[in-house]
Design a protein around this ligand. Structure first.
Ligand SMILES: Cc1cc2nc3c(=O)[nH]c(=O)nc-3n(C[C@H](O)[C@H](O)[C@H](O)COP(=O)(O)O)c2cc1C
Length: 180
């Protein structure tokens, strides 16, 4: 894997083709996530759920739309469609040892997966609202096989971009930086 290519080619994709990610590519993405650092090496506190079932995606999208309507103050009448992507990955965690450690662990896994995907020409985007939407719906969470003691943190979608995003240049910082 060309790590720099993966980083520069990754951008949030919000328009996907209908072509699903192959099992082989999905495995590479999952293994990249599995290679991410997790606090204290407690990998057993994390869960990665792959959702490819169309009906389940609609069910999740329905709860997401309700939440997103409230947050954005604009009614979304249809289930969120995941930008047309057919693969959703939900990251869950049961690590509550330190505030925020669960999201930090989830973030490292997410970025590894997105960079691996991008390097292989696969687009991705956070579908963050999938986490809280699933987490508060016990039936949905159970139907997804997410253990009750896990917190569904967020979702990510993967697929093929309708238009390839422009490759990033690693030159100027957007994030404020300082040296001490
Ligand atoms: C924690 C987090 C949550 C995000 N949630 C969403 C989301 O729910 N929907 C979405 O379209 N993009 C979401 N994004 C994508 C950001 O908007 C995007 O990464 C940012 O604007 C930078 O653009 P880039 O990813 O193309 O580099 C999220 C990103 C992060 C890191």
């Amino acid at each position: 894997m060309d790590i720099v290519k993966g980083i520069t080619k990754r951008s949030s994709v919000r328009k996907f083709t209908k072509t699903p990610v192959s099992d082989e590519d999905l495995k590479k993405i999952l293994l990249a996530g599995d290679a991410a650092p997790v606090s204290m090496g407690r990998y057993e506190t994390m869960q990665i759920t792959v959702v490819r079932d169309a009906e389940m995606l609609v069910r999740i999208g329905t709860v997401m739309s309700r939440d997103m309507s409230k947050v954005f103050g604009k009614e979304m009448k249809r289930p969120f469609n995941f930008y047309g992507a057919s693969t959703l990955i939900v990251i869950s965690s049961k690590d509550a040892s330190l505030k925020g450690i669960n999201y930090t662990n989830g973030g490292t896994i997410a970025e590894n997966m997105m960079v691996q995907a991008a390097e292989g020409g696969i687009g991705s985007c956070f579908a963050w609202f999938a986490g809280p939407a699933i987490d508060k719906d016990a039936d949905l969470k159970s139907a997804l096989g997410i253990d009750a003691d896990m917190t569904a943190l967020f979702g990510l979608v993967f697929g093929y971009a309708e238009a390839q995003p422009e490759e990033k240049k690693l030159s100027e910082m957007k994030i404020k930086g300082n040296y001490v």
